[in-house]
Write a protein that binds this ligand. Structure first.
Ligand SMILES: Cc1ncc(COP(=O)(O)O)c(C=O)c1O
Length: 383
């Protein structure tokens, strides 16, 4: 028997209580039974997003939320600034270009975070920039871009929307939608909110709604103004992902019971323990600065292929982590501590890494990293 452990940056494990909630019989999405379900999800998402704005519930993966953002708030030929520091930054560029936007990129070396001053300089020079697009966590590199600092720059420009892909950061990072003035923020169900894949969340500020009135790009499935009107009636435009929304209420209940600050602290603790533990066995963290609290990207030791580490973790020990993407393929592997993740997930991951590396001939004293993680996690208990 090979017991499975899911430690990837999405999909993430779904708690039993959420799975059980989703086993309930399907109810009709236009029936009165569904009204309190969606009403509660709507309010719960506003709590999680720390916002009074609408948070749309879209039946798609996270990328659908990204696509809808581009075709609902922008126009062909709009000049936009994309922060491209990895695979998902590149995705913003690809989506914007697919809709005919005029993209200017700030290319950030993989493993680094964007400098807010660079964004400020661009916005100062070019008053035509209609939007700044960024990831909170760039999942491919494990870097967190400083959303608070970036928001404080963009909010000075009344004609520029600040758009954040928080698909892999939501729940792990404290992202204050209203306080910081984030205009559009996208989340995805299969990440921090501990659900199966299938819904995207999109928060929309008044500034962004005003822009939506002028957007002429074609819209059919992703029509956010229609979604907003439906949400006001506790409906979605098309058939609602009923089961996932029922599950969402359960996962939001769990997060509320833990408390937002504790949720963020848990993620910070797990991320810190992961980093220190792998460093204790001589491995390097891939991010040169600003490591994310959702996922840790770890460099494979010289001469050892990162994809093989990832493959051995899965095949020998049942641990599904993630490999590297694109130019980081073979150089790194990634361990997530996102959503339904606790101390023993980290200990399992570190123990697995040690065993895989030893099996591949890397000089590691078994238990070295595990002990460091245990010490740090226990120290946190005393606080
Ligand atoms: C930062 C980020 N953006 C976008 C996506 C794409 O989300 P989805 O696969 O749900 O479309 C992911 C998923 O890994 C992600 O981590």
């Amino acid at each position: 028997m090979l017991k499975r452990y899911l430690l990837a940056p999405g999909p993430t494990p779904v708690p039993s209580d959420v799975l059980l909630a989703m086993a309930a019989p399907i109810i009709h999405h236009r029936s009165p039974d569904f009204i309190p379900v969606i009403d509660s999800a709507k309010k719960g998402l506003q709590w999680l997003y720390q916002t009074k704005n609408d948070v749309l519930i879209i039946c798609s993966t996270g990328t659908g939320g990204m696509v809808g953002t581009v075709n609902n708030f922008f126009n062909r030929d709009d000049k936009v600034l994309v922060i491209n520091g990895g695979k998902f930054g590149e995705r913003w560029t690809n989506i914007c270009r697919a809709y005919g936007l005029n993209v200017e990129e700030i290319v950030v070396e993989w493993g680094y975070a964007v400098k807010p001053e660079v964004v400020e300089e661009k916005l100062k020079k070019d008053k035509d920039i209609k939007g700044v697009f960024v990831q909170a966590t760039e999942t491919s590199t494990g870097v967190y871009h400083d959303i608070k600092a970036l928001a404080s720059v963009v909010k000075k420009y009344s004609d520029t929307l600040f758009v954040v892909d928080a698909i892999s950061a939501l729940v792990a990072h404290d992202l204050r939608t209203d306080e910081w003035a984030i205009d559009v923020m996208i989340g995805g169900s299969q990440k921090g909110v501990m659900l199966p894949p299938g819904i995207a969340f999109v928060s929309v500020s008044d500034k962004a709604w005003a822009r939506a009135e002028t957007s002429k790009l074609p819209k059919f499935y992703f029509n956010f103004r229609k979604e907003r009107a439906n949400l006001a009636k506790n409906q979605t435009n098309f058939t609602s992902p009923v089961t996932l929304i029922i599950g969402l209420n359960e996962s939001l209940r769990m997060l509320r019971a833990e408390g937002l600050e504790n949720v963020f602290r848990r993620h910070a603790t797990l991320a810190n323990a992961t980093r220190k533990a792998v460093q204790a066995i001589g491995l390097e963290i891939y991010p040169r600065e600003s490591p994310s609290k959702s996922v840790t990207a770890i460099m494979s030791p010289p001469g050892i292929d990162g994809q093989t580490i990832y493959k051995n973790l899965r095949e020998k020990y049942g641990i599904t982590a993630a490999g590297g993407q694109d130019k980081a393929k073979g150089k790194i592997f990634r361990i997530a501590h996102l959503g339904y993740s606790d101390r023993f997930d980290i200990i399992t991951a570190i123990a697995g890494i040690e065993m895989v590396l030893k099996g591949m001939g890397y000089p590691v004293k078994l238990g070295t990293g595990v002990a460091v993680a245990q010490e740090l996690l226990m120290a946190e208990e005393e606080k």
